[in-house]
Design a protein around this ligand. Structure first.
Ligand code: NAD
Length: 231
């Protein structure tokens, strides 16, 4: 059986594809107030503004391509049972070819019913607009977990992390909870790696190797090393 490699990714892994991160100084969110576009209150107050914000981000995602970091994770499937748990709402892991991807914060290429959350649809084209309805007749919203909402996939993510033989964290400031607490669910003794060019605060994590590089180069180097190792 292949060893289980669990990879926790954030906005940083898609930065080299040209998708802006969340907290970096030139980040997308500098231009917008989170409360105006990414909360249930914002949706209740101004649906058109929220839809417009996500329409712009969807366009950016659809025009972007997976980069070397996404590709490196695909190559690791040769030797490892790779499970990606991502905070990203883009689909670059899937488009690179990764097979097991769990989205904690939703997917920008999908919409969801506002009366029945089990009704999820692919968005045709770039836009979701006022008047786009589910099969039960209610307005569709972006299939995104907004700030202040529950993270329905969190339990599944814990179950995956608990079984990891190797754990990697790539391109996340570890600032958004509960997702950021995932590393605490991994077995204590296993090797853990963190790839990020910034100073990510991590305390009390055992067996952690920090690779202070951008994801493209850092992950390509680490993938080569893991593919060459005999364990
Ligand atoms: P974040 O913006 O808080 O942190 C980004 C991290 O990426 C930082 O630590 C930064 O140092 C690092 N980084 C920047 N460039 C990098 C590179 N080239 N390689 C590797 N790392 C790099 O993002 P987060 O921790 O993912 O949390 C933010 C939230 O915003 C998430 O919930 C996510 O859903 C959302 N988000 C998603 C996307 C996306 O889908 N691509 C983009 C922006 C924000």
């Amino acid at each position: 059986m292949k060893p289980k490699l669990v990879v926790f990714t954030g906005a940083g892994i898609s930065a080299e594809s040209g998708i802006k991160t969340f907290r970096d100084s030139d980040g997308l969110w500098e231009e917008f107030n989170i409360n105006d576009v990414a909360t249930p209150q914002a949706w209740n107050k101004n649906k058109a503004l929220v839809l417009d914000f996500y329409n712009k981000r969807r366009k950016q995602v659809l025009e972007a391509k997976p980069n070397n970091a996404h590709q490196a994770l695909v190559t690791l499937e040769k030797k490892y049972d790779v499970h990606i748990i991502t905070q990203n709402i883009d689909d670059l892991h899937e488009r690179a070819g990764s097979k097991k991807v769990l989205h904690l914060h939703g997917e920008i290429i999908k919409s969801r019913s506002t009366t029945d959350s089990s009704l999820i649809y692919p968005i045709k084209g770039m836009e979701l607009n006022i008047g786009d309805r589910c099969t039960r007749g209610s307005q569709l919203r972006p299939h995104i977990v907004w700030f202040g909402e529950q993270v329905p996939e969190m339990e599944n993510a814990y179950l995956i992390a608990e079984k990891a033989d190797i754990f990697m964290v790539v391109g996340t400031s570890l600032a958004v909870y509960p997702a950021a607490g995932l590393i605490d669910y991994t077995p204590r003794g296993i090797p853990k790696y963190l790839i990020d060019p910034g100073d990510v605060k991590v305390n009390g994590i055992t067996n952690l190797t920090i690779i202070k590089e951008k994801a493209g180069i850092g992950l390509s180097m680490l993938a080569e090393k893991l593919l060459a190792s005999t364990t």
